[in-house]
Design a protein. Sequence first.
Lengths: 120, 120
Amino acid sequence: MSFDPSTLKYDANGLIPAIAQDAASGEVLMMAWMNAESLRRTLETGQVTYWSRSRQSFWAKGESSGHVQKLIELRVDCDRDCLLMQVDQIGPACHTNRRSCFYTAVRAGDEVEIMAPMAG
Amino acid sequence: MSFDPSTLKYDANGLIPAIAQDAASGEVLMMAWMNAESLRRTLETGQVTYWSRSRQSFWAKGESSGHVQKLIELRVDCDRDCLLMQVDQIGPACHTNRRSCFYTAVRAGDEVEIMAPMAG
């Protein structure tokens, strides 16, 4: 069946959550949001483009930083309301310069930083 | 720093997306939603409890099916508006009886089922 981005379930703002996972290591790098057009751009270009809710604009990941996400494979969940992207991430995915945005763990009730920023 | 669920950023409905990842294999199993109270219950019981948006009620994962998710580690992202949970998933995570909800891939423009329901 041919994939059509318009068949996904978007929220009231026309957005769908998209999880980026390192295709090689399996590490979950980040979660951000897409609308149908950002998903089309992602599929067309092969590089992940999100929708920035704070800036209300397209967010071609790595456009300014060079930390692009090359799309390896797109997956859709059973409810068609969440996306999982297998990606090839250049450098850090996080704006804090860490490989993943999920660098804070909760251990024994405390927040613990489990990942250092990448060397510049 | 002591972790307090009330310090997370919830959306207008008081919810935060929570990604469940197999702690052993790294497979992303599902994404669902939590409110502060479901997160507290998850941390207290060690078993994942979501908030069901469709039923508007707590959803103790596996309560009826037995397919519980034991929380191994909770992680918080840089913006504090998304959770990543390392879990020990008993049986399938998906209501379709598949291990993961992300069993549909987009390959060469077509939707392809990449995972069969589990036996039993």
